[in-house]
Write a protein that binds this ligand. Sequence first.
Ligand code: 4AD
Ligand code: MG
Length: 449
Amino acid sequence: MEIKSLFSELETLKDKGKYEFEGWVVSNRGNNKITFITINDGSTIDNLQLVIKNELNEAFATDKIALGSSIKVAGELNLTLGGKQPFELLVSSLTVLGTVAEDFPIQKKETTLEFLREIPHLRHRTKLFKAVMLIRNSLLFEIHKYFQNHGFLNVAAPIITSNDGEGAGETLLVDDETKDYFFKQKAFLGVTGQLHGESYAAGFKKIYTFAPTFRAENSHTSRHLAEFWMIEPEVAFWDLKKIIPFADNLLKTAIKNTLKNYKSEMEFLNSLDTNNSLLKRLGDFINKDIFVMDYSDVINELKKHKENFEIQDIFFGMDLASEHEKFLSDKIVNGPVAVINYPKEIKAFYMHQNPDNKTVAAFDLLVPGIGELIGGSQREANYDKLIQRLKELNIQQEPLQWYLDLRRFGYAPTSGFGIGFERLVMYVTGMSNIRDVIPYPRVSGQIKM
Ligand code: 4AD
Ligand code: MG
């Protein structure tokens, strides 16, 4: 049986039932008369307490069972409702499957996140990383579920591609036409699944991708990875006005269900949060309508708060720095905010150009503590305008001809967005460094295992 099921089925459990568990030892205390061992099996951060009495202690050599050992136990469940633990297992058989060498780096005493980043293959054996990874998994499941419940087709956009889908030149190279490599032409790891997703939205109407994406970002920040996961829905016949509330509702539903199904983990993470305000922040988000603000209004607001920034030159046309994004959502709006209608110069080539000829129908969702969580837009439907934009940006047309051709073959305007999955996990867990919400973080100059 799994420990999580035990906790969730508490009400219907019958006393004295016989159960078997497998897990890893979290603590071990007692003497040769009675020993208390707690184990965790990864289904929850909650542990199961084992009680080993009298001569069984010698038989199982309980005093030698070290933290981190893997064990298999069987015994009778004893309900201790109202006690510190709601139940304990009176052990009748115990087998140690994996002992622990002395240099096992995960010990009871506190360790730093920096130290744990050096051992990504072991850090999930701590309570904190277990909680983070369980929340990550829940969000992944809830997001898939939401799309599937709303009739979206999951598209496997290619990981290796011959396109730089954002036109930003941040691609990681797989193959180079100058060398006799595998593909014998330029090939990259995909920076986005969007363009391929758009091709499938024509025909399937509602599609989404959920996959790793890669960017050769040189920025060593707490919010950037070279390999991160992105969720990219694309919907035909929808404009910006329709896609923003959809994004909002998707996030709210995924977070709400995660809070419901992972109470212990979320309470634990809340207890680690500064001011213990994580649950309140998330609750506020779930219960309030999303705030939408025009980019030009944002600029006017930020001008009033210049003195708070390192970059104080605030003007229409600037790309918002992360300090501006955070200030806007943390201090001005005090919650998530969707900024719309950015100047076209600072956005990607595929975005729909507004009639003002200055701005594009784009939105970024900014959230407190993190800044940009989502980037999205309505796509440019006009073939000639797209070509014009590629020229202005000095992007080669030929590799993107297939994408341009979509506009000629029964095109219906589409809108979509990309959620940075790790940024979402940061937002929900309250973790402040993106390297601590993915099992094996990759950043420039560093690749472990
Ligand atoms: O804003 P971005 O670049 O948008 C796109 O890639 C579009 N193709 C999405 C679409 O419209 N289908 O990236 C989307 C999100 C960002 O808002 C951010 O959360 C995340 O992806 N992101 C990163 N996360 C971690 N590390 C990085 N280096 C990231 N770059 C972007
Ligand atoms: Mg963006």
